[in-house]
Each structure stands twice: as C-alpha cells, then as structure tokens.
Design a protein around this ligand. Structure first.
Ligand code: NDP
Ligand SMILES: O=C1OC[C@@H](O)[C@H](O)[C@H]1O
Length: 315
C-alpha cells in the first residue's frame, strides 16, 4: 500500500500514527461515533486535529473536547468546509447587506438519490448514523444564514425511521424557531433524506443538491449547492419589489479571503489553508469555532429529542 501510493509512512493502527513525533496534525474521517474518541486521543498525543462533521455524537462530548484542547494546548476544528469557501461568504454578504430587509424564514435540504447503499456507516446507529447526523449541513446552512446559535424551540420534527433500525432516521423533516440578533422570530425548516424517492418514481433527483432558500422582507435568496460550491453554485436573489432576479457566484476572493485563493480551489483546499494558517500562528481567513460546534451539536440534539428518536450513543 505504502509503495503503491508512494506514501512516506504507513502504520498498522491509529495509535501508531499518534505516537509518531513526525506527525503534526491529523485529519479524522472515521464514522461519526469515533470522532470524539480519536480527536480526544490525538490531542492527548500532542496532535492538532481537523475532524469530519459532526465532530461528536453529543454536545457534552464537544464540551469535553474543548476542555481537552485547553489542557493540551492543541487545536481542533470541525470540518465544515463549505463555510470556508468564498461562495458562503457571498451568501452571507448578501443577507447582511441590509438591502433585502430582515430574514423571515429559511428552508434547507439535503437528500441522497439513489439511496445510500445498505451497510453504509450512515445506516448504523452505533456508529452515529442517521440522516440528520450525516446531512447535518442543513442545520449548519440555517444557523449560518440566520446568524443564530441554537433554536428557541423545535416546532416539530418528524423522522422517517429506517426499516432496519427504528433508531436511525432515514429522513428528517423539522421546523425550528430561532431569534435573530434583534430578537425577532425567524422560522427555519429542514429536510434530510438518505433514501429520497425518485421523481415520479422514474428519475433520481440528481438536481436536488444541498441548498438553502432564505426569504427576507424584500427578497428570496437561494444558495444552490451550498455544500460543494467549488463544483458549481449560484446565489440567486429574487427581489420581491421589482420582480427582478439576479445570480452571482464566487470561487475566490470576497470579504474573508481578499486577494488570496484560486478559482479552482475546492472547499477542502480553502479549509486546509485556513487550518494550516491557524497551526502556524497566522490568522485564518475563516475559522469554525469550537463554540459553534457545541451549538451545532445542541441543535442536532434538539431535533432528535423533538422527533422522539434517541440521541446517538456517543463514546
Ligand atoms: N467532507 C465531506 O465531503 C465528507 C465527509 N464525510 C464524513 O467522513 C466520515 C467518514 O465517512 P466515509 O468516508 O463516507 O465513511 P467510510 O465508511 O467510507 O470510511 C470509514 C473509515 O473508517 C474506518 N473505520 C474504523 N473503524 C470503523 C468501524 N468500526 N466501522 C466502520 N468503519 C470504520 C474504515 O476503515 P476500513 O477502511 O479499514 O474499513 C474507513 O476507513 C463521516 O463522518 C462523514 O460524515 C464523508 C464523505 C464526504
Ligand atoms: O459530508 C458529506 O458530504 C458528502 C455526502 O454525500 C456525505 O453523505 C456526507 O457525509
């Protein structure tokens, strides 16, 4: 394997990676249930960590990671790569410009069509599976758009349970009430589905990319393909007052990256640049804070609790 892929080193276990003094930081892309354990162990071994989403199974686990980070002096970040891309910043700039009034409601969705294959980690409760866990981007889009930490309440959360395991949400449909920075109500609906029905039973909905629509007082703002904007995206603004529709894109630059970046940089490249900047003591253009990860995880918990499904087991 090492020779085939020309890796400098290969290891027999994750422990061995952590014990190698040559390793500065690790990227963790294990099943969700293992994120907490290995992020914790990595920091204990003096490594900084970039870990996939969701960073843990519960908010309490994220709090423990924060405590570990403070004690060890190591950094960890939840890999919400989409937030670090200039397209996300364009979206935010439009919403925060004040030109379209305040946000009234949002709708975010992420679906899998064709369905995720049987046996996939996302179907396994003990590994932190479930559509809301995997497609947690929808809550991330919503919280980012509104600029809110956690919802005031979950108005409803309806899970469609997997036929294999009633604890696993094959799909989740929920409505949440947030308050904006001025204390006004904003309503957010989300939909996740790991087994999305085909259009008219005939066509996989390949066009249904993870996206968010925001209704403000004066406009509808639609961010298409918010999760992987480097492949294709647009931010469309339909002005309710004039009936005019405009579309914008951003593959580089913007309010956080300025002159830095290339149009071909993926969300992952932007993420890595920010991460390495942080490790080298430079100010990252954008950073997913640990506190934000706690709020994100609390929001996931709120939705699960309201749906009647159990929280994922954690470590
Ligand atoms: N940012 C992004 O774009 C993406 C993020 N993700 C995230 O990455 C994580 C992993 O997803 P994905 O790569 O699709 O998962 P896979 O099932 O493809 O890979 C999981 C990996 O974890 C290892 N592993 C260790 N312990 C276990 C265990 N008990 N059961 C199963 N696998 C184990 C597997 O090892 P082995 O090979 O030895 O079996 C494998 O390398 C998830 O948190 C997911 O949310 C996933 C896809 C895209
Ligand atoms: O993070 C992710 O990004 C790509 C998706 O297809 C996947 O299910 C998810 O884990």
């Amino acid at each position: 394997m090492r020779k085939k892929y020309k890796f400098q080193n290969a290891y027999g276990s994750y422990e061995e990676v952590l014990k190698d003094p040559e390793v500065d930081f690790v990227y963790i892309s294990l099943p969700n249930q293992l994120h907490f354990e290995w992020t914790f162990k990595a920091m204990e071994h003096g490594k900084d960590v970039l870990c996939e989403k969701p960073i843990a199974d519960t908010a309490a686990e994220v709090e423990k990671l924060i405590e570990c980070s403070r004690r060890t002096g190591r950094v960890f970040m939840e890999a919400f790569h989409w937030k670090i891309h200039p397209a996300a910043h364009l979206f935010r700039e439009i919403l925060e410009s004040g030109e379209y009034g305040r946000i009234l409601k949002t709708h975010a969705l992420m679906t899998a069509t064709p369905a995720l294959p049987p046996g996939d980690i996302r179907w396994q409760y003990d590994l932190g599976g479930g559509s809301l866990m995997d497609m947690t981007y929808v809550l991330s889009f919503t919280r980012f758009a509104i600029g809110a930490d956690t919802p005031e309440e979950v108005l409803y959360a309806r899970a469609r349970a997997s036929s294999e395991d009633p604890r696993v949400d094959e799909a989740m449909d929920a409505a949440l009430r947030f308050t904006d920075k001025k204390g006004k109500d904003v309503y957010g609906t989300i939909y996740t589905d790991m087994k999305r029905a085909w259009y008219l039973g005939l066509l996989p909905r390949v066009w249904e990319l993870p996206s968010i629509n925001v209704e403000t007082e004066n406009a509808e703002v639609f961010f298409y393909n918010a999760m992987m904007p480097h492949i294709y995206h647009y931010v469309e603004v339909k002005d309710k007052r004039t009936g005019k529709t405009t579309r914008k894109t951003a593959y580089k630059g913007g309010m956080y990256w300025g002159d830095r970046g290339e149009v071909w940089w993926s969300t992952y490249r932007y993420q890595l640049e920010a991460f390495v900047d942080k490790l080298r003591g430079r100010k990252p253009a954008y950073w997913v804070t640990n506190e934000d990860s706690v709020q994100q995880m609390k929001t996931i918990e709120d939705v699960y609790k309201s749906s009647g499904l159990p929280l994922r087991p954690g470590k």
